[in-house]
Design a protein around this ligand. Sequence first.
Ligand SMILES: [Cu+2]
Length: 59
Amino acid sequence: MMCQHCVHTIEGELSELEGVKSVKAALDEKSVDVSFDAPASEEKIIDLLKEINYPPKTG
Ligand SMILES: [Cu+2]
């Protein structure tokens, strides 16, 4: 499921993660581009996406 509400949820949740600089969720591609520095990590981002029920297919 990926609608405008999902985009808003994903961008909102990820942007609150410490170290995340920008989040861009693409509705058409069902993808999320995340720019981040420490202490954020790919693992933390993936964990958060799972937590909010949008488990990513790839890292
Ligand atoms: Cu949706």
